[in-house]
Design a binder for this molecule. Structure first.
Ligand code: G
Ligand code: G
Ligand code: MN
Ligand code: NA
Length: 253
């Protein structure tokens, strides 16, 4: 179809670009990582966020190539940022198709080798629908990645149909609390209860927990008071191009 051809052309023309959003340690406010976020710099329509193209892209064969490119680009940038922040980590979102053919551990290993980024510095973000595929091949692949030292984050945690037993079955190393629960966490006692429960749940499983969508000081204070050690959101910074993110690190480090 037309849109698929357009996406393929865009990829070949280098119109895709990675943006980065800061992740901080709530205990001391230090920058400890970033999430890599895909953007399309469209020659006519300007800068496009994934909402306008991700659904189509993710269902096309080209998603696997784009996914490998995002991984490689993000790892290359993160490698440079680790000279400023030695324990800097980079989060990279995966397309479902990247888990389909069993090649992901090999791809990740090659990218880490080529870029010189240590495995502990990479965290792959998975949506529950990816893990809900729930076949033993996917599970084995995720275990291989964890054994390599790569982190696995459960993205948008709490909004979908994931059962608690998935936390037992899958080798997840971090929960990302969906921003839907953070938005009203100060005013809505039910959201507050959910957030506290997810923090407790994650820690009980030996996982790290990061809150998404933090926009205010009050939300940050709540998270810190409840032992949520990591946070991400507009309060700390918007997603920004690589050069802008580098300058921010220079100013803050
Ligand atoms: O901030 P943003 O509008 O970029 O995020 C929109 C959604 O697109 C998020 O849910 C995020 O998980 C997804 N997304 C952003 N970048 C990537 C990417 O590089 N690969 C994949 N698979 N998903 C991404
Ligand atoms: O789906 P995922 O959580 O991976 O993608 C993050 C999405 O959330 C991106 O679209 C990003 O631009 C957006 N985002 C990041 N921080 C905030 C925030 O503090 N508030 C809101 N409303 N959106 C955010
Ligand atoms: Mn994500
Ligand atoms: Na999310």
């Amino acid at each position: 179809r037309g849109f698929e051809r357009e996406l393929r052309q865009a990829f070949e023309n280098d119109e895709f670009e990675m943006f980065y959003q800061t992740q901080v340690d709530t205990r001391d406010g230090r920058v400890c990582g970033a999430e890599a976020l895909l953007r399309w710099r469209h020659p006519q329509r300007g800068l496009l966020t994934p909402v306008s193209f991700l659904e189509v892209l993710s269902q096309k064969p080209i998603a696997t190539a784009v996914g490998e490119w995002t991984l490689r680009t993000a790892c290359l940038h993160a490698k440079a940022w680790r000279t400023r922040i030695p324990d800097f980590r980079i989060g990279v979102n995966l397309f479902e198709s990247q888990l389909r053919f069993g090649q992901l551990p090999g791809v990740v290993e090659r990218v880490l080798q080529d870029t010189g980024l240590p495995a502990e510095a990479l965290e792959l973000e998975l949506l529950e629908n990816t893990m809900m595929r729930n076949d033993s091949a996917t599970l084995k692949m995720l275990q291989t990645l964890r054994e390599m030292g790569v982190g696995l984050a459960f993205d948008d945690y709490g909004t979908g149909f994931a059962s608690l037993s998935m936390l037992k079955r899958f080798p997840v190393s971090r929960l990302k609390i969906d921003r839907a629960f953070i938005r009203d966490v100060i005013s809505d006692p039910e959201d507050a209860a959910i957030v506290k429960a997810v923090i407790y749940l994650g820690h009980s499983f030996g996982m790290e927990v990061i809150a998404e969508g933090v926009e205010t000081r009050a939300q940050l204070d709540f998270l810190r008071a409840n032992q949520c050690h990591h946070a991400q959101g507009y309060f700390f910074g918007r997603p920004m191009p690589e050069a802008a993110f580098s300058s921010e690190l220079e100013r803050n480090a």
